[in-house]
Ligand binder design. Structure first.
Ligand SMILES: [Zn+2]
Length: 136
């Protein structure tokens, strides 16, 4: 009996719409944050971008602009040529998520960026909205 229930439960979970899974998946991981002299290093940068489903270079460009600094991506890490507090960095990443990941219409994070001519649009897989976004 219990076995049947488990099986049904599993089936129900498997059939849940993708949306629910998205919310689950979309938790910004803890920043593997480090300061070395005048540099700030995010050691799990590429992992973070895999969760956010964006190009690492895109968020890197955003952070360079926002923090008025330069830096580089090395393996899994982002190196910023300035000192930034963990809180400040987290706030910037949250703003990035707001601007470049969350759908402007329904708020779902299940979006992708597509390039058309000289414009970049955010296309939402949840509601189908297509919104132009700022080019970094
Ligand atoms: Zn949407």
């Amino acid at each position: 009996m219990e076995f049947e229930y488990q099986k049904l439960l599993k089936k129900a979970m498997d059939n849940l719409p993708k949306k629910t899974a998205t919310k689950e998946r979309f938790v910004i991981p803890d920043l593997a944050y480090e300061q070395q002299g005048n540099k700030t290093i995010l050691k799990n940068f590429v992992d973070l971008l895999n969760v956010l489903r964006r190009e690492p270079r895109h968020l890197a460009r955003y952070l360079f602009k926002e923090l008025a600094t330069r830096g580089s991506i090395k393996n899994n890490s982002l190196v910023l040529d300035t000192r930034v507090s963990r809180e400040n960095l987290m706030r910037k990443i949250e703003s990035y998520v707001q601007e470049f990941i969350n759908c402007k219409v329904c708020g779902e994070p299940d979006t992708k960026l597509i390039k058309e001519d000289r414009y970049i649009f955010m296309v939402c897989e949840a509601c189908g909205a297509k919104t132009p976004i700022r080019i970094l």
